[in-house]
Each structure stands twice: as C-alpha cells, then as structure tokens.
Design a protein around this ligand. Structure first.
Ligand code: 5AD
Ligand code: SF4
Length: 435
C-alpha cells in the first residue's frame, strides 16, 4: 500500500479533521510518521493569523526540495488556507498537486487520482450540511487515552476580525446518535477522555421528530455513557454559556470543571467593534454564575491585543478584566488583519506593530502572574488526575491532568498511563504543578 504523511497546523478542529482525512484514505494509504517514505503528503493549514499562513508558505518551500528527490510524490494542501486563497496558491505554489477545503475531504480520493495524471486539482466548495458524521476517525497520533469528537462545524458568529466563517462556512450540528456511537467506540478501545469539539460548541442544536437536543443535553448523554469517561469541550462563545449548560456541568463529576471562554477584550467599545455581541458586564456576570455553581471551575481565555482603534484606556480595561476574572490560562495574540473580514473592510488596522507588541507583552506578563497565583492556590490541594504520559524531563516521572485541565507532574512509582489517581500538590512553578 502507498504511504501517507499528514502534517497539521492550527486549532483542535484541524487535528480532528486530519483524523477524518486519514479515515477517508485508509483503504488506499497507510499512515507513516517518516516523511521521506511518503507517497502523499497532506498539509492541513490554518488561516487565523498572518503568521500561521507565513509558516505554511515556508514549509511548502522546504517540501519542494523533497519533491525533487522523490519521483511521484504528491503534495496536497487542506484546510482553511485552501479555502481562503485557492487562486493565489494555485498561482504561486507549484509544489501543490491539489487543494481541498474543509468540506471537500470526501473528494480526496478523486483529487489524488486526477492530479496524479498531471494537472493541479482543487475542491473548495463549502457545504451547508457536511459533518462527516458517518466517518469514524482514525486516531493516528494518540496516547490511547484522550480523543477529540467533532460535534459541529462552521461558525455563524462573524466576529469582525475572524476568517473562520469564510473558511469553514455555516454552522451545522452532527447527529447525536453518531456522536454517541463514536464515544462508545472510544470507551470500548480503552479511551478515558473525550473532548467535544466545535468552533462554537454551545450553539450545538439537533432536532428530530419534535425532540431538540441542546449542547447541555448532548454533553449529559455522553457523560452518562460511563462514569469513568471524562468529558471536556471546546470552544464556547460567552453569549451561549447558558445556565442549563453550567448546571449540567455541575451535576456530573465526570464533566471536567474547565471552561475556555474567549473574552478577546475587556472594553465594551472594542467588543462592539469586534461584533462579540456581549458586554464586559454580561461576561463578568457569566463568570460569577460559573463560580457560584462550580467554585472549583478553571477558566481560560483568548485575548487579542491592538485591535483596530484600541485606545490605551481600552487596553487597560483588558488588563483589568483579566485581573477581575483571574484566568488560569490564556492564549494571547496581536491583532492580525485578515482579508475579506468585516474589520478589514470597515476599520483601519491603525495600532503600530511595536505598540501591539508592547500591549501584548503586558498582557502576557499579567497572565504569567495570574497563572502563578492560581498554581500557588493549588499547593496543598488533592486532585484526581488522569495519567496521560511520561514527563518530558525525566522517565522517572509521569504527568496527568486534573479536572481543571492543569498538568501535574509526579513520581512514576507503580502508576500506569490511563489510570485515575489521587495526588496532593506539593509545589509549583509559574507554569507547572508537582505532586
Ligand atoms: N487576529 C488575531 N487573533 C485572532 N483570533 C482570531 N482571529 C484573529 C485575528 N484576525 C484569535 C481569537 C480567537 C482565537 C482562536 O484566535 O482570540 O479566539
Ligand atoms: Fe485556523 Fe480557525 Fe481554520 Fe482552525 S478554523 S484552522 S483556527 S482558521
């Protein structure tokens, strides 16, 4: 059989998609981890920021050299960049044999076949109903413990800075029966943790024969499959973080007490321009509700520094909301203008790069303090952790994660990967807990 090598960039959704792709091609290609022996290389790309795209261009240049030495090697580009810049890629990246957007993966066998005859192929059609619901993903890069389950695709929110609604199309939910079957299959295979994935999971919505399944209900059904299966989810939009969802999370021990709740900015004026459709006050009220129902729940966030027209006062508001919430963790970015988005069309990208960097550095420094404070609060506490692997620093140590998604490192002794154990945190660094 021919050999397939997949390289994935970007978000968790892309990693889940690569598993779908591996499944679609499994009858014709065996997966390999050695790029030199591949007959087909697939690059699953991300367009979220300019930096992500630059990295891919660089990678494609490197692959050109490989292609010269390997007669018959095919290279295909998948994902968001395919969608966003098909024309440009076709014109400037002759190394590519074919291009396939996120909803076009079922056509991969055909694209591969046709492009092997010489002409570059593409399919970037977006669909309103494709969810790959009948494709059982091939878990090829796995610890055998944690897996993603994609439950919905696309996005209808149109945050003004964001390219996702254009690259991944409209929101659509997957049939809950197929989600439960996939979770059941993972349990049978010994997996201990699933993360329900979507660009905006709490917009999940399924209706059949007059019965509606909300995201909260779906998560409950997954949690009920087994008390020893941990359930996580990502990502939620603050506008949809309903009481029903929080109450369901609080009710089940095996639903992890961790919410990734991207705030983006702490300033109402900026939030409005970003089309986030919530205010600072609404967001803080949701955080209050989370704390009321789940005092031990960890919250992480995404923050963008230097959005169009962001004043110093707006920036200070971002720092103050970070302090007010006391995030456990944050993903922090400089605003990067994306062609075709609302903000690219309507607003000027007017914060100089040095100033964006300065603001981002302040945000990163503050988050460092907040994460450290949060870790210090955990010293002395006992957590149930799921053992996930061997510590990178020493084979004598293992690491696991607590419900709050924090990594804890502890001596190996007789413990096994995949076990649940109780550990007491004895010390911490700003980034890590030790037990
Ligand atoms: N520039 C910078 N960051 C962005 N994000 C999305 N679009 C952009 C952009 N144009 C960030 C947001 C989002 C995360 C996945 O990436 O914070 O939540
Ligand atoms: Fe990147 Fe967004 Fe596409 Fe994920 S959905 S790969 S984050 S652009």
């Amino acid at each position: 059989m021919k050999k397939l090598y997949i390289e994935t960039y970007g978000c968790q959704m892309n990693f889940a998609d690569s598993e779908v792709v591996a499944s679609i091609l499994k009858d014709t290609f065996d997966l390999t981890k050695t790029i030199e022996e591949a007959d087909l290389i697939l690059i699953n790309t991300c367009s979220i920021r300019d930096k992500a795209e630059q990295r891919i261009h660089k990678r494609l240049t490197e692959l050109e050299a490989l292609k010269k030495h390997h007669h018959g090697l095919q290279i295909g580009l998948l994902g968001c960049m395919a969608e966003r810049m098909k024309e440009e890629l076709l014109a400037t990246e002759p190394v590519l044999d074919f291009i396939a957007g996120p909803d076009a993966y079922r056509s991969l066998p055909e694209l591969i076949e046709k492009s092997s005859e010489g002409e570059t192929q593409f399919n970037v059609l977006l669909s309103t109903d494709e969810t790959y619901d009948d494709v059982m993903p091939v878990r090829y890069d796995t610890n055998g413990i944690s897996a993603y389950i994609s439950i919905m695709r696309g996005c209808n929110n149109f945050c003004s800075y964001c390219v996702v609604p254009y690259t991944r199309g409209r929101e659509r939910s997957r049939d809950p029966k197929t989600i439960l079957a996939e979770a059941e299959d993972l349990i049978q295979k010994g997996f201990k943790e699933v993360t329900l994935l979507g660009q905006n999971v709490n917009s999940y919505h399924w209706q059949e024969n007059g019965v509606t399944v909300s995201f909260a209900r779906l998560m409950e059904m997954v949690a009920q499959l087994s008390p020893t299966l941990r359930v996580r989810f990502a990502t939620s939009h603050p506008k949809d973080i309903s009481d029903e969802l929080l109450e369901t999370m609080a009710r089940y021990d095996n639903i992890c007490k961790y919410i990734h709740l991207p705030v983006q900015s702490g300033s109402n004026q900026v939030l409005k321009k970003m089309n986030r459709v919530y205010t600072r006050e609404y967001y803080l009220e949701r955080v209050r509700k989370i704390r009321e129902l789940m005092p031990d729940c960890a919250i992480s966030t995404d923050i963008i520094a230097g959005f169009c027209g962001e004043t110093l006062e707006d920036h200070l508001q971002t720092l103050s909301i970070m302090r007010e919430v006391g995030y456990e963790y944050a993903y922090m970015f400089k605003y990067s203008e994306r062609g075709g988005t609302m903000s690219a069309k309507r607003f000027k990208d007017d914060i100089p790069d040095e100033e964006k960097t300065r603001r981002l550095e302040e945000i990163i420094a503050l988050q460092g303090e907040l994460s450290h404070e949060s870790n210090l609060r955990d010293v002395g506490k006992t957590f149930t952790i799921l053992v996930e692997g061997v510590s990178k620093r020493s084979p004598e140590y293992l690491y696991g994660r607590n419900s709050q998604n924090k990594v804890i490192i502890f001596p190996k002794e007789n413990h096994q990967i995949g076990e649940y154990i109780e550990v007491t945190v004895t010390r911490c660094t700003p980034a890590t807990l030790f037990a």
